[in-house]
Design a protein around this ligand. Structure first.
Ligand code: GAL
Ligand code: ZN
Length: 660
C-alpha cells in the first residue's frame, strides 16, 4: 500500500471545522493523518492532569471517515509548567546559558525530569490509544538533532560514557592523544563538554563528544520506544528525520525503529530548480538506505514555505505531484503532506498548507486531490514492489562529523562531494542505493566510496573483498587517513586500502578553491579543485593525469584490477562532466542497467515486483523535455502505450511497465 496522508493540527482550529476537514480529506483520498506531536500542553495542561477528550474526538472523526491515524509523542515541546517547575528540562547552551522555552526542541535528553515526564505522557497516550482501531503507529518526538547541551547532567553522563568506552583514564589519554599541549587528564572530573569546540581542541575528543550526543538522543528515544513496544505491540514506531547533512547518526537512531521517516521539502526557487531534484534524489536514496527498505515521507511540501526566511516561490503547477512521485519512485511507502491548511496562528503561519488561510480549496489542493486519486489507483499495482540499486554510494555521519571538526581544504565539503558523485550517477540513469559506509556491501557491482577518512583494517578488507568478488570500488582523496579514534595512521595513504588500490599518495596539495587541470586517456581536459593527491602507482594503471603546476604529468586517477573486480582511486575533485564520463565507461564495461540520454532535470527510478519492473520517468524541471525510452511500453498511469520518444510536460510524470 502506498498511503497518502496529511499533517493535521486539530488544536489550531475551531472544533466546528474538524468534521468538514475530515470529511473533505476522505473525499480527497487521504488515507492517514498525523496528529498531536506538539500538543503536550493540551494533553497534560497541569502536572499529572490529563485531557484526552479533544484528541479522542478528533481521532473518532477520522475513524468515522475511514482515515487512519499516526500519533506523535509530544516530547519536542515540554509545556511551560514543566520547564518552570523542573528547570533541568531546559538545555544549557555552549555559552552556559539556559535555553528558554517558547519555541520548541527545548529539552535536554539527559535531564532526569524530562525523562520521567516523557515516559509518563507517552505511557498515558499509549494506554489510551493502544486498542483504538484507527491508530496504526507512532512518531517519536519530532526531527531529533544534537542539541549540544552542556548542563551538569550531560556533563556527568559524558564522563560515564567515556568510562564505559575506555575503562581507564590511561586508555582514554592514549586513544585521544591528550599528551599534545599537556592535555593529559589526571582525574575523570576534568573531562567536560567541549562548549562548542573549536579547531584548536583535540579532534579525538570532539568526535567522541558527537558520538556521545547521538547516544543521548538514542537513549531518550529508547525510553519512549520501550513504553510503546510494551503498550502497543501492534503499532509501528518511527521517527521523522530532518534532512541531510546531519551530525546525529540516523543509522543508530533508526536501528530500533520499524522504519525511517523523512521530512522532505524540495526547493521551489528558480535558481534551485535545476539542482534541487538531484539533491532530493540523494536525500531519498539515503532515507531508503537507513534501514535498506521502504520508508515514509512524514512531511512534504504543500505550498510556499517560509517563516524562518522570506517565503520561497509557490510550487509551480505539477511540482507537488511530481515530487510526491519522486518519493514513491525512490521507495516511499507513504507520503504525508505538511499540512492540510495553513496555520492561522503561531510562528509557521506562512509555511503554507494545501489549502490557504481562506479555506477555499485552490490550485494546489486540486493538484493534490488528483495525486491522491492516482496514487490510490496505482497502490495495488505498486504494492510489494521494491527499489534496489545495482550501484551503491557510501555515506557516514561519522565522516561528516570528522570533516566538520577538521575541514581539509577550502571548499572541500564531504556532503557536497557526495552530492556531486550521486548527481553524476543520477544523470546517467543509474539507480543507486545510498548506504551506511559501515554496512555489508556484498552484491553491489559499482561502489562509490567517497573519502573514507576514518578507516580500519576490517573495513578496508571488506571493500577489498567486494572488489575481488567482482565489484568496481571507487575510492577518492582523503581515504584511509585516520583510525576510528580520529588519530592519523603512520603509513602511506590511502592507508589500509593502499595495497588493494595498488597506489600510494606520494604527496598531496590542498589546492582549495583554485582551479587546476587534468587530462584523461582520450586527451580530454577537465577542471579539478579542492585537493590533489599526487599518485605513485604500485600495480595500478593511471587513467588521468594532472596537467599543470609542479605535479603536471603525475597520475591523478588510477585503476587496479583485483580478482574479478577493480579498485579505482581518484585523487582530486573534478568537475561533474568528468564523473559522468568515467562512471559511464565503468558502468558500461560491467553492464549496469541504466537509461542513456536523460535530459537535464529528468530522473528515472525502478521499482521491481517479481519479474515486473516499473520505470518512473520524472521531469523535475520547468521545461518540456523529451526522453528516449528505447521502445514502447504500457503506461500504468494512463493505460496507453508510450515511447519510444516520450514527451514530458514541465513536472510531468510517466510510469511504465519496463522490459529492458
Ligand atoms: C519541519 C517540522 C514541522 C514544521 C515544518 C515546516 O521541519 O517537523 O513541524 O516545522 O518543518 O517548517
Ligand atoms: Zn543536558
Amino acid at each position: 500500500m502506498t498511503l497518502m496522508g496529511v499533517v493535521y493540527y486539530p488544536e489550531h482550529w475551531e472544533r466546528a471545522m474538524w468534521e468538514n476537514d475530515a470529511e473533505l480529506m476522505a473525499r480527497t483520498g487521504v488515507r492517514v493523518v498525523r496528529l498531536a506531536e506538539f500538543a503536550w500542553s493540551l494533553l497534560e495542561p497541569k502536572e499529572g492532569v490529563y485531557d484526552f477528550a479533544w484528541l479522542d474526538e478528533a481521532i473518532e472523526l477520522f475513524h468515522r471517515q475511514g482515515i487512519q491515524v499516526v500519533l506523535g509523542t509530544p516530547t519536542c515541546t515540554p509545556p511551560n509548567w514543566l520547564t518552570e517547575r523542573y528547570p533541568d528540562v531546559l538545555p544549557v547552551d555552549v555559552h552556559l546559558k539556559t535555553r528558554q522555552a517558547g519555541v520548541r526542541g527545548h529539552r535536554c535528553y539527559n535531564s532526569p525530569s524530562m525523562r520521567r515526564f516523557s515516559a509518563t505522557i507517552v505511557r498515558k497516550m499509549a494506554e489510551r490509544y493502544a486498542a483504538h482501531p484507527a491508530v496504526i503507529g507512532w512518531q517519536i518526538d519530532n526531527e531529533f538533532g544534537l542539541n549540544e547541551c552542556c548542563c551538569p547532567h550531560c556533563e556527568a553522563r559524558f564522563r560515564e560514557w567515556a568510562k564505559d568506552k575506555y575503562g581507564s583514564l590511561e586508555a582514554l589519554n592514549r586513544a585521544w592523544g591528550t599528551v599534545v599541549w599537556s592535555g593529559t587528564y589526571s582525574e575523570w572530573e576534568q573531562i567536560k563538554p567541549p562548549l562548542g569546540g573549536t579547531a584548536f581542541k583535540n579532534p579525538s575528543y570532539l568526535l567522541d563528544w558527537k558520538r556521545f550526543e547521538t547516544d543521548a538522543v538514542v537513549a531518550f528515544q529508547q525510553l519512549q520506544l520501550d513504553v510503546l513496544r510494551e503498550t502497543c505491540p501492534g503499532h509501528f514506531v518511527t521517527h521523522n528525520i530532518w534532512s541531510y547533512p546531519m551530525a546525529l547518526d540516523y543509522y543508530r537512531l533508526c536501528a530500533p525503529l520499524d522504519f525511517a521517516s523523512l521530512d522532505y521539502y524540495p526547493n521551489t526557487s528558480l535558481e534551485k530548480a535545476g539542482t534541487s531534484g538531484y539533491g532530493g534524489a540523494l536525500t531519498l536514496d539515503l532515507a531508503r538506505g537507513i534501514k535498506r527498505r521502504g520508508f515514509w515521507i512524514m512531511e512534504t511540501i504543500s505550498g510556499p514555505p517560509g517563516c524562518w526566511f522570506p517565503m520561497w516561490r509557490t510550487p509551480q503547477p505539477g511540482f507537488i505531484r511530481a515530487f510526491a512521485w519522486q518519493c514513491i519512485a525512490r521507495g516511499a511507502e507513504a507520503v504525508v503532506h505538511f499540512q492540510w491548511r495553513s496555520a492561522p496562528v503561531g510562528a509557521e503561519q506562512f509555511w503554507h498548507g494545501l489549502i490557504d488561510h481562506s479555506n477555499v480549496p485552490g490550485r494546489r489542493y486540486e493538484e493534490y486531490a488528483g495525486l491522491c486519486e492516482e496514487v490510490n489507483r496505482l497502490s495495488g499495482t505498486l504494492d510489494g514492489s521494491e527499489v534496489a540499486g545495482e550501484a551503491a554510494i557510501l555515506h557516514s555521519h561519522e565522516l561528516y562529523n570528522a570533516f566538520q571538526i577538521q575541514p581539509q581544504a577550502e571548499g572541500m565539503d564531504y556532503f557536497d562531494n557526495l552530492k556531486l558523485y550521486h548527481r553524476a550517477l543520477t544523470k546517467l540513469g543509474i539507480l543507486t542505493d545510498a548506504v551506511n559506509a559501515a554496512e555489508d556491501l556484498s552484491g553491489y557491482r559499482l561502489i562509490v566510496a567517497p573519502s573514507l577518512y576514518l578507516l580500519d583494517e576490517e573495513r578496508a578488507k571488506h571493500l577489498e573483498d567486494c572488489a575481488r568478488n567482482g565489484a568496481t570500488v571507487i575510492l577518492t582523496n582523503r581515504t584511509g587517513v585516520k583510525n576510528d579514534n580520529n588519530v592519523c595512521w603512520i603509513r602511506p595513504l590511502p592507508g589500509p586500502l593502499a595495497e588493494a588500490a595498488g597506489v600510494t599518495v606520494s604527496e598531496y596539495d590542498p589546492i582549495g578553491g583554485e582551479l587546476h587541470a587534468m587530462v584523461d586517456k582520450q586527451g580530454n581536459s577537465y577542471a579539478c579543485s579542492q585537493w590533489c593527491d599526487i599518485l605513485t602507482p604500485a600495480g595500478a594503471e593511471p587513467i588521468a593525469w594532472y596537467d599543470d603546476d609542479f605535479f603536471a604529468g603525475q597520475p591523478a586517477v588510477t585503476v587496479r584490477k583485483l580478482g574479478k573486480g577493480r579498485v579505482v582511486y581518484i585523487g582530486t575533485v573534478a568537475e561533474e562532466r568528468y564523473y559522468i564520463e568515467l562512471f559511464r565507461e565503468l558502468a558500461d564495461e560491467i553492464g549496469l542497467t541504466r537509461l542513456d540520454g536523460l535530459p537535464e532535470g529528468v530522473q528515472i527510478s525502478v521499482r521491481r515486483k517479481g519479474q515486473t519492473r516499473y520505470l518512473f520517468v520524472l521531469n523535475l524541471s520547468r521545461k518540456r523535455q523529451e526522453v528516449s525510452l528505447g521502445g514502447t511500453f504500457a503506461s500504468v498511469l494512463t493505460e496507453s502505450r508510450v515511447g519510444p520518444a516520450l514527451t514530458l510536460e514541465p513536472y510531468g510524470v510517466e510510469i511504465v511497465e519496463w522490459i529492458e
